[in-house]
Design a protein around this ligand. Structure first.
Ligand code: NAP
Length: 278
């Protein structure tokens, strides 16, 4: 596995694209000055990866922040996602153009199928393959795909997804799925690494916090990276955006990684990919 170096370090995707393993999430960041300020501040702090989605309704703000930032567009890894109601071949092609327009850019670095809408995800994937071949997207992937969704998709896919973005935190490790993705060359990416904030009410990392002089957030993010998992913690607060990235000056040992792995209990904060109705 690649060495974890700094906030701009990358994992190499199966098509050779370098994906910064640390980024900023923007779910529930308002599409006004809130998301603009958060993204600009993160870029200032050295973040080079921003995660949004059509359904977050803040692509305009994300695009504005990128334009206003001193960091060049080509130095930023930008992800967005096609929403469920837009899935299908033609409608995905259209949704992609609409996302680009809102983001005020002419390409995205990573485009994801947001959820495995069973009757549609294969057609959606064909649209992503087409856009990828047209070089409108640097990497294509999926989100919330369990092993059986991936196996089904891989039966007809021309291109193996480069990424699977999944809920991932100490209570939802899903090591078998992570291993399956690794075997297939699919980069695993964590969403809700802090269980959407619930982590801070738990007391599962206290010993590690004391040992390393780090916060629960920093311990968990460091664990994500040491497991080879890309992570995109969300915050709109400057102090948290900054401190969440201060994870490159310590290293968990194997037992500590195994301890965090052992907390897995299959507990989700978000919907179940096998049982969602949106
Ligand atoms: N693909 C998918 O289906 C999917 C689903 C969910 C999320 N995502 C992506 O993954 C990103 C991260 O997940 P998430 O936003 O659901 O949850 P998260 O990153 O686990 O947690 C975010 C929450 O933690 C708080 N927080 C952040 N840093 C903190 C710190 N150092 N101390 C205390 N509180 C802190 C934030 O509050 P403040 O903002 O107020 O600081 C926010 O309430 C999303 O933003 C989105 O980009 C993808």
């Amino acid at each position: 596995m690649s060495k974890i170096t700094d906030i701009q370090g990358t994992f190499t995707l199966n098509n050779g694209v370098e994906m910064p393993y640390f980024g900023l999430g923007t779910y529930q960041a308002d599409n006004d000055q809130e998301v603009v300020d958060a993204v600009k501040f993160a870029l200032d702090q050295g973040y080079r990866h921003i995660d949004t989605a059509a359904v977050y309704k803040n692509e305009v703000g994300v695009g504005k922040a990128i334009k206003e930032s001193a960091v060049a567009r080509e130095d930023i890894f930008l992800t967005t996602k096609v929403w469920n109601s837009d899935q299908g071949y033609e409608s995905t092609l259209k949704a992609f153009e609409a996302s680009l327009e809102r983001l005020a850019t002419d390409y995205v670095d990573l485009y994801l199928v947001h959820w495995p809408v069973v009757a549609k995800y294969k057609d959606t994937w064909r649209a992503l393959e087409e856009l990828y071949k047209q070089k409108r997207i640097r990497a294509i992937g999926v989100s919330n795909f369990l092993q059986h969704h991936l196996e089904d998709l891989l039966q007809s896919a021309e291109i193996v997804p480069m990424v699977n973005q999944m809920e991932f935190h100490p209570y939802l490790v899903q090591q078998d799925l992570l291993n399956f993705c690794t075997d297939k060359g699919i980069q695993y990416e964590a969403w809700s690494p802090f269980l959407q904030g619930k982590l801070f009410e738990l007391d599962i990392t206290r010993d590690l916090e004391e040992k390393y002089g780090k916060s629960a957030a920093q311990i968990v993010l460091r664990w994500n990276l040491q497991k080879g998992v890309v992570t995109i913690p969300k915050s709109v607060h400057k102090n948290r955006i900054a401190s969440n990235s201060e994870i490159f000056d310590f290293e968990l040992n194997d037992d500590e990684v195994a301890y965090l792995d052992s907390l897995h209990k299959g507990e989700r904060t978000g919907p179940d990919p096998d049982n969602f109705d949106f």
